[in-house]
Design a protein around this ligand. Structure first.
Ligand code: C5J
Length: 245
């Protein structure tokens, strides 16, 4: 499919009209993604022990957490590339205050998990800030200077102030990774799309407990002319951003 007409090679963000940047066309579905070097934040959604390791929130819902592990190395590769260039990086953690005042009963009482949010499990109280389960897995530990956002919702903008932080850094584009594709990643990407960011999701750097839901989410995102955004594999993205301009 072909992209709609866009002046090639330059982008003026609605949020930063005065700061044009040179774009890199990254091969992607449904057509090339206009990558803005230095203005594109890598977003790593909820790669915390509670979702990825046994004994956490993901497992309490009856899920096989090993299904998420294939995303770890592609995310690590992207993280290394972003760090090498000094580009912005955002890590999120789905988490709540210890008194659960930011966890609505509609969320806490939903379903039939073996343990509910706030109850003690193998990695401390489930999804509670400061407990071992909410820490990012060791392979992706945030570095000093990277944004770490504790979000009480599935989406990363709800009750976090993240939009203002990204705006302050001049970020106009977002590259999404993390878990799970159809829940927190897709919700965050849709929120970002509504706020005017150009969004790409990296197909092998995101995973779901349900492979069919991951496939459906990726298809929905790019349908109807990239209605939410683009997707591409990490190797394609890394090759495109490494190429000499
Ligand atoms: C879920 C998430 N699945 N990070 N959270 O509850 O996707």
């Amino acid at each position: 499919m072909s992209p709609p007409g866009r002046p090639k090679g330059e982008y003026r963000s609605a949020q930063h009209e005065d700061t044009p940047v040179s774009l890199i066309d990254v091969p992607a579905t449904p057509w090339p993604y206009p990558f803005a070097p230095g203005k594109t934040a890598l977003v790593i959604i909820d790669m915390q022990r509670d979702f990825v390791e046994p004994g956490g929130f993901g497992a309490s819902l009856g899920n096989d957490v090993t299904l998420l592990h294939t995303a770890i190395q592609p995310i690590a590769n992207l993280l290394a590339a972003w760090r090498a260039r000094g580009w912005p990086i955002v890590h999120t953690r789905e988490s709540h205050r210890a008194d659960l005042s930011d966890c609505p009963p509609a969320k806490r009482l939903r379903g039939e998990p073996t343990l509910r949010i706030g109850e003690p499990g193998a990695m401390g109280r489930l999804l509670i800030r400061g407990e071992p389960g909410t820490s990012i897995i060791p392979a992706l530990t945030p570095a000093v200077g990277e944004l770490v956002i504790d979000k009480p919702g599935k989406g990363m903008f709800w009750a976090t102030g993240l939009h203002e932080m990204l705006h302050a850094q001049g970020v106009t584009h977002l590259v999404f990774t993390g878990v799970t594709t159809e829940v927190c990643v897709q919700t965050s990407m849709r929120e970002a799309n509504d706020r005017g960011y150009d969004c790409l999701i990296v197909s092998d750097a995101t995973e779901s407990y349900f492979p069919e839901f991951k496939a459906a989410a990726l298809a929905m995102i790019v349908a109807q002319g990239a209605i939410v955004g683009w997707h591409t594999p990490s190797a394609v993205l890394l090759e495109a951003v490494a190429a000499p301009g």
